[in-house]
Design a protein around this ligand. Structure first.
Ligand SMILES: NC(=O)c1ccc[n+]([C@@H]2O[C@H](COP(=O)([O-])OP(=O)(O)OC[C@H]3O[C@@H](n4cnc5c(N)ncnc54)[C@H](OP(=O)(O)O)[C@@H]3O)[C@@H](O)[C@H]2O)c1
Length: 337
């Protein structure tokens, strides 16, 4: 079968799709014939050795895929050959066949295509963790989403709208703002500013205009994918009792929060890691996947696929993440019908 192989960590262009043996599967694994693969920002970190966990080399990277079960291990009880499934794995996803642990496979409703499912699983799971498990966002609240036209951002916008939230989409260009509005955002917040002080003023003025809140402290939560200055400025638009949810640092800078600012303003900062939820909060993750797939089959949320690539062109597809021009989701197809 064909798969992307990381022999040694390095720039995206140093990795290639190759012919490799089919994956070995154990008693708890589900062997999946992959139809579609979803790409995510963390995949770019994994190939460069910048992800927080670094697998032994060589390995096949890739986390999101959807396809048909070919066979199951002796201890597998929840799926059988022929089932349509979507899976979120730690490695192994950028291949024509994947041996996925049973607990990372979820039944796929007929109404949701392989491409949609592969484009949704990590970004919606991440947004679900941030919104439901960490921020505890309630109907009627106001939430600012940064990086709102990216994969996790658009998922967060849609999940917030599905639960009756007013959404402020923070983005760096009018085109990205249009995409966020088309996904239900109520207001667009422009994030361009010359320095941190200018950004704080710029965000507060726009949040004040959007919400009417004095001094721009109008957000019950900020879901932050970007970090750096946007995290700092995001703290300044939180209302009393507000919470800033740390999802990622797409801007490349890990920020620090001043504890006295959190104390004086009665606000909180919470991390929202996805992968360890499967170890510590599996039932919550099953609930989140079920909600996402139900909303998708009812046509209420979507992956926002903006580009498709064949498996042999997965490296150029991944390179589009690093130039900051990516909108929505990219999926890769394996040639299976
Ligand atoms: N917590 C978790 O477990 C978890 C899981 C998945 C992803 N993540 C993280 O969540 C973040 C977003 O992931 P994603 O898949 O949504 O990525 P994405 O589709 O590439 O979106 C990232 C957004 O960040 C903004 N951005 C600001 N500076 C950037 C830069 N220098 N390069 C690229 N983008 C930049 C861009 O929006 P503007 O141009 O509008 O600013 C872009 O739309 C990443 O940091 C990722 O590592 C975390």
């Amino acid at each position: 079968m064909r798969a992307l192989v990381v022999h040694e960590f390095g720039p995206l262009g140093s990795h290639k799709v190759e012919e490799v043996p089919a994956p070995k599967s154990g008693p708890n694994d589900v062997l999946i014939d992959v139809h579609a693969i979803g790409l995510n920002f963390p995949d770019t970190l994994m190939l460069q050795g910048k992800y927080q966990k670094r697998p032994d080399r060589p390995f096949v990277p890739g986390r999101d895929l959807a396809g048909v079960v070919r066979s199951v291990g002796s201890d597998v009880t929840r799926c059988k050959p022929g089932d349509r499934v979507v899976a979120q794995v730690f490695t192994g996803g950028f291949a024509q066949s994947v041996a996925a642990p049973e607990k990372r496979c979820f039944p796929l409703p007929e109404a949701v295509s392989f491409e949609e499912a592969a484009g949704m699983i990590t970004v919606f799971n991440t947004a679900w963790v941030a919104i439901e498990l960490r921020a505890g966002i309630q109907a009627g609240e106001t939430v600012m989403v940064t990086g709102a036209a990216g994969g996790v951002g658009l998922a967060a916008v849609q999940l917030c709208k599905a639960r009756g939230v007013t959404v402020l989409a923070a983005v760096s260009s009018p085109e990205k703002g249009e995409l966020a509005l088309a996904n239900g955002a109520d207001h667009v917040i422009d994030t361009n500013a010359t320095d941190l002080d200018a950004l704080k003023r710029h965000l507060r003025a726009q949040v004040e205009a959007a919400t009417g809140a004095k001094n721009g402290n109008g957000c019950n939560a900020v879901i932050d994918m970007v970090g750096g200055d946007l995290f700092e400025a995001g703290l300044r638009v939180l209302a009393f009792g507000g919470r800033l949810i740390v999802v990622g640092f797409a801007g490349g800078t890990v920020p620090a929060a001043k504890a006295n600012y959190l104390l004086y303003n009665n606000i909180g900062v919470l991390g929202a890691p996805l992968d360890i939820q499967f170890e510590h909060a599996y039932a919550d993750m099953e609930r989140g996947v079920a909600e996402t797939l139900r909303l998708a089959s009812e046509g209420k949320v979507r992956a926002n696929i903006t580009a498709r690539y064949p498996l042999d062109e997965i490296v150029p597809a991944l390179q589009t993440f690093t130039d900051r021009k990516m909108k929505g989701k990219i999926v890769v197809t394996t040639g299976r019908e």
